[in-house]
Design a protein around this ligand. Structure first.
Ligand SMILES: Nc1ncnc2c1ncn2[C@@H]1O[C@H](COP(=O)(O)OP(=O)(O)OP(=O)(O)O)[C@@H](O)[C@H]1O
Length: 260
């Protein structure tokens, strides 16, 4: 039986070596991480430190070279409905309408038409796109496409939302709106979120814990709990203080890496 009081994710001694034309690329080395159900985790670090690789291993899209990632005690051996992935480039089906995109997973699982309608209505409303149900992705803005992508993952009833720089391609204003919407959804659904970002401010705004990674090979350098209550205000002095602290953590790793 599944023990729901255990950490939802347990990553132990995880390493990943890619083979690029016969040359080993050490993407991750001895990564250890425990994530509790309902936590919002941000993974942050310099380009190439293995954030996406770690997310893809948790998603089951990539195998570890050694070590193990467990979801509720069970080693992850492939993708599964408990984990939903949201990418920067949306990953929508352009030939399906917004509603059909959202209902795609449940339809594959054989849900009847009435249930599909009810489910898609619910998630269309949650992401504020009810009026756009019959539009195609090509007729939507980037922010709207990302809302569809989030709704599609939620409609699959996952426990863990894996997000790889989901707002990286959006303009600053849309990004702020979507960050707020994501927080509202997270509070409403109690999902566990693992969110990759390059942006310190985004991490301080969203995360319970920020996991700082360093490159060559990628490992966890710091696991930092954000000492701020919610809701957070980016103009507040204490927010700025935490942002500076995290920025210093990140830049000190970059300068140490250069000096080494
Ligand atoms: N399929 C692959 N084959 C070979 N090397 C790979 C592959 N995927 C990733 N890598 C290498 O593994 C390392 C980690 O890559 P990864 O994409 O996980 O980093 P990242 O921190 O997500 O980077 P970014 O922030 O730029 O997206 C990099 O050196 C990358 O070149």
């Amino acid at each position: 039986m599944t023990d729901r009081s255990a950490p939802i994710l347990n990553i132990h001694g995880l390493s990943k070596v890619f083979n690029l034309n016969g040359k080993p690329i050490h993407a991750l080395k001895d990564v250890n991480l425990e994530i509790q159900k309902g936590e919002f985790i941000c993974l942050i670090g310099a380009s190439g430190c293995g954030k996406s690789t770690l997310l893809r291993i948790i998603g089951g899209f990539e195998d570890a070279s050694s070590g193990v990632a467990r979801l509720y005690h069970t080693p992850i051996e492939g993708p599964g409905p408990e984990r939903g992935m949201v990418f920067q480039d949306y990953g929508l089906f352009p030939w399906l309408t917004v509603r059909q995109n959202i209902a795609f997973g449940p339809k594959q699982r054989g849900l009847p038409a009435a249930k599909l309608k009810e489910l898609s209505d619910y998630y269309l409303d949650m992401v504020g796109l009810s009026k756009f149900a019959d539009h195609f992705p090509g007729q939507l803005s980037g922010g709207m496409k990302q809302r569809v992508s989030i709704a599609r993952v939620l409609a699959n009833d996952c426990d863990v939302l894996l997000m790889d720089e989901p707002f990286g391609a959006l303009d600053a204003l849309t990004r702020e709106v979507l960050q707020q919407e994501l927080l509202n959804i997270w509070e409403r659904t109690k999902l566990t979120v693992i969110f990759v970002t390059h942006a310190v401010e985004e991490a301080v705004l969203l995360a319970d814990r920020v996991v700082v990674m360093t490159a060559g090979p990628g490992r966890i350098e710091r696991d930092y709990r954000i000492p701020l209550d919610r809701p957070r205000h980016i103009t507040a002095p204490e927010f700025n203080h935490v942002r500076q602290e995290l920025t210093e953590m990140l830049t000190s790793h970059v300068s140490h890496a250069k000096a080494a």
